[in-house]
Design a protein around this ligand. Structure first.
Ligand code: ATP
Ligand code: FE2
Length: 331
C-alpha cells in the first residue's frame, strides 16, 4: 500500500511517499520546505502562505522522486494537529484536493504519534519505545500504555527548541540557534548554575531562559552559558525519560524532533539507556524533523486497522492531544 502524506503543523511543509513492506515502512521520498522568517518568530498566516506556495510543486516532486504516478497512490494522509491553525488548514486543503482529484481515501493523523510511529516503522527492534520528542514547539515524553499513547511528561511552558532559539535570538545567534548553541557548548569550560525545573514528571524552561540571559548580560562567556544550558536542560529531559521507562517497564528509548540532532542530547540518553540495559534508537535526521513520510506511515497504520475518514469530516484540530488518539493498530 502506497500513501502520500502531507505535514504542515508549523513552519515546515513536507510531502512524503511511503510503502508498507510487510509491516515495515519503506520511504520512497520525503521532501521538506522550511519557512524561515527574516526576523522574529513564525507568523502563522505567513507560514501558511509559504506552504500554499510550495505544496503543489512538492507533491509533484515527491511523486517523481518516488518514481510513482498518481494512480499508484492508494491513500492520502495529512497532519490533523496539533499545530498552528492556518498551517494545518493549508496542508489539509491540499490533502483533500488530492484525495478528491485522484479518487483515493483520506486519513488525518496526530503529528506527535507520527513522530513515534516512524521510529517503530523504520528501525529494526524498536518495537515499544518511550519517545523523547523534542522539537521547537513540542517537548513530550510519550509511551504506549493501556491502549493509548500517553504523555508521561511534558513542558509546562515552552518547548526545548524554542528555549534554545529564544536564547539564541537574544544573543544574536540567528534562527535556528540549536545547532549554533551545540557548537559553542563544545568549547564551554565552566558550568554555570541554572534553574533545573522538574515538577512531578513535567518540565519548565522559561526560568532557565531568563537566568541564562542574565549571565549573558553580566558578561559571562557565551560558550560557558551554552554548555550550561545544554547540560541542565538535557539532564532534565533525560531524567523524565528515564522515569517514564522505569514506570512503564519499557526497554526501548527513541528520540524524535529537531533537537534530537544534538549529539550531547543523544549521548546523555544513550548513557542512561545503557545503564538500564535498554536499547537506544534515533531515526535519520529527515525522519526526526517534521516530515511527510511519518504522516504517510501513520496514515497506512490507521487505514489498515480499519479507520476511515470522509472528506467532509476531515477537520483539523489545533489542540489534538496525543492521548485523544484511539490506537486501533496496536494490541
Ligand atoms: P514542531 O512543530 O514539531 O514543534 P518544529 O517545526 O519546531 O517542530 P523541528 O524541525 O522538529 O521543528 O525542530 C526544530 C528545532 O530543532 C529548532 O528549535 C532548532 O533550534 C532545533 N535544533 C536543530 N538542530 C539542533 C541541534 N543540533 N541542537 C539543538 N537543537 C537543534
Ligand atoms: Fe514535530
Amino acid at each position: 500500500m502506497i500513501c502520500l502524506g502531507i505535514e504542515g503543523t508549523a513552519h515546515s511543509i513536507g510531502v512524503g511517499v511511503v510503502n508498507d513492506d510487510d509491516g515495515k515502512c519503506r520511504v520512497f521520498s520525503n521532501l521538506i520546505k522550511i519557512y524561515r522568517p527574516e526576523k522574529g518568530g513564525i507568523h502563522p498566516r505567513e507560514a501558511a502562505n509559504h506552504h500554499a506556495k510550495y505544496i503543489a510543486d512538492l507533491i509533484k516532486e515527491s511523486m517523481e522522486k518516488a518514481k510513482i504516478c498518481s494512480n499508484d497512490i492508494n491513500l492520502v494522509s495529512f497532519s490533523m494537529g496539533p499545530g498552528l491553525g492556518p498551517c494545518l488548514r493549508t496542508a489539509a486543503t491540499a490533502a483533500r484536493a488530492l484525495s478528491l482529484s485522484i479518487n483515493k481515501p483520506i486519513i488525518g493523523v496526530n503529528h506527535c504519534v507520527a513522530h513515534l510511529e516512524i521510529g517503530r516503522g523504520t528501525l529494526d527492534d524498536c518495537n515499544d519505545p518511550v519517545l523523547l520528542y523534542t522539537s521547537g514547539a513540542n517537548t513530550q515524553v510519550i509511551a504506549f500504555a493501556e491502549g493509548r499513547y500517553r504523555v508521561f511528561g511534558e513542558t509546562l511552558d515552552i518547548g526545548i527548541g524554542n528555549c534554545l532559539d529564544k536564547f539564541g535570538r537574544n544573543v544574536g545567534l540567528g534562527f535556528p540557534s540549536g545547532p549554533k548553541i551545540e557548537e559553542l557548548a563544545k568549547k564551554g569550560k565552566q558550568y554555570l548554575k541554572l534553574p533545573y525545573s522538574i515538577k512531578g514528571m513535567d518540565l519548565a524552561f522559561s526560568g532557565l531562559l531568563t537566568a541564562a540571559g542574565q549571565y549573558y548580560e553580566k558578561g559571562e562567556s557565551l560558550e560557558d552559558i551554552c554548555y550550561s544550558i545544554q547540560e541542565t536542560t538535557f539532564a532534565a529531559l533525560t531524567e523524565v525519560t528515564e522515569r517514564a521507562m522505569a514506570h512503564t517497564e519499557k526497554n526501548n528509548v527513541l528520540l524524535g524532533g529537531g533537537v534530537a540532532s544534538n549529539k550531547r542530547l543523544r549521548e546523555m540518553v544513550q548513557i542512561m539507556a545503557e545503564e538500564r540495559g535498554a536499547s537506544f534508537f534515533v531515526p535519520t535526521r529527515d525522519l526526526c524533523i517534521d516530515n511527510g513520510a511519518m504522516i504517510a506511515w501513520l496514515g497506512i497504520l490507521m487505514y489498515k486497522s480499519g479507520i476511515r475518514l470522509k472528506v467532509e469530516g476531515s477537520f483539523i484540530d489545533q489542540r489534538f492531544r496525543t492521548d485523544m488518539v484511539d490506537v486501533t493498530w496496536r494490541d
